[in-house]
Design a protein around this ligand. Structure first.
Ligand SMILES: O=P(O)(O)OC[C@H]1O[C@H](OP(=O)(O)OP(=O)(O)O)[C@H](O)[C@@H]1O
Ligand SMILES: Nc1nc2[nH]cnc2c(=O)[nH]1
Length: 174
């Protein structure tokens, strides 16, 4: 942490979450959505976002992971599938980061096959690089387009630690 670079300050991230909340409100305020936090990384973004969504919604969580506290992704592993029914409902998936996109695309696929009417996605960060699983895939709501480094803070870990960092940090040399 002492050697990490701060890429985005708490004030900057906070303002971005406010803007994303306004964008989501404009689209989903009368849709009666179910909002799923993708654990673990989505926890802080979802928490700070949800109190700014001033319309009726249900909230739940799911847990899918590719990284398992490592800095390289592998196969998607479901730790907890959604328990709230979202058949014929609008679903909003909230996650911390869209990196290669495998995780979010697999979750969308799952929700659509399980009967969701519309699946919307919100990510705090969209990492900019040429390794996207599907370059045409974009999240509907994005807080910050971040540089291509391994980042932590605001829910994202470095080897399991520092999800609690109040800012977006990049590991030195990564
Ligand atoms: O776009 P991708 O390359 O698929 O990566 C993005 C995913 O990676 C992280 O989850 P991780 O698997 O690290 O689980 P965690 O949230 O429990 O740390 C993050 O929270 C996203 O869900
Ligand atoms: N913590 C963390 N998790 C990720 N999952 C995919 N990319 C990243 C990243 O840059 N940082």
């Amino acid at each position: 942490m002492n050697e990490a670079d701060c890429l985005h300050s708490q004030a900057e991230v906070d303002a971005c979450i406010g803007r994303v909340a306004e964008e989501i409100t404009a689209v989903l305020h009368d849709c009666n959505p179910v909002v799923f936090c993708v654990m673990n990384g989505g926890l802080i973004f979802a928490g700070q976002l949800l109190t700014r969504l001033n319309f009726p919604l249900e909230q739940s969580y799911l847990h899918a992971t590719r990284y398992r506290n490592e800095t390289r992704g592998g196969d998607l592993f479901w730790k907890a599938k959604p328990e709230v029914s979202f058949i014929d409902r609008d679903v909003l998936i909230v996650d911390d980061i869209l990196d290669e996109g495998h995780t979010l695309m697999a979750i969308i696929d799952f929700c659509k096959h399980a009967g969701a009417r519309n699946v919307h996605t919100a990510v705090l960060l969209d990492k900019q690089h040429e390794r996207k699983a599907d370059p045409s895939f974009k999240a509907d709501f994005v807080g910050i387009e971040c540089e291509d480094r391994y980042v932590f803070g605001y829910g994202m870990d470095y080897k399991g630690y520092w999800r609690n960092a109040a800012g977006i940090y990049a590991v030195k040399g990564m």
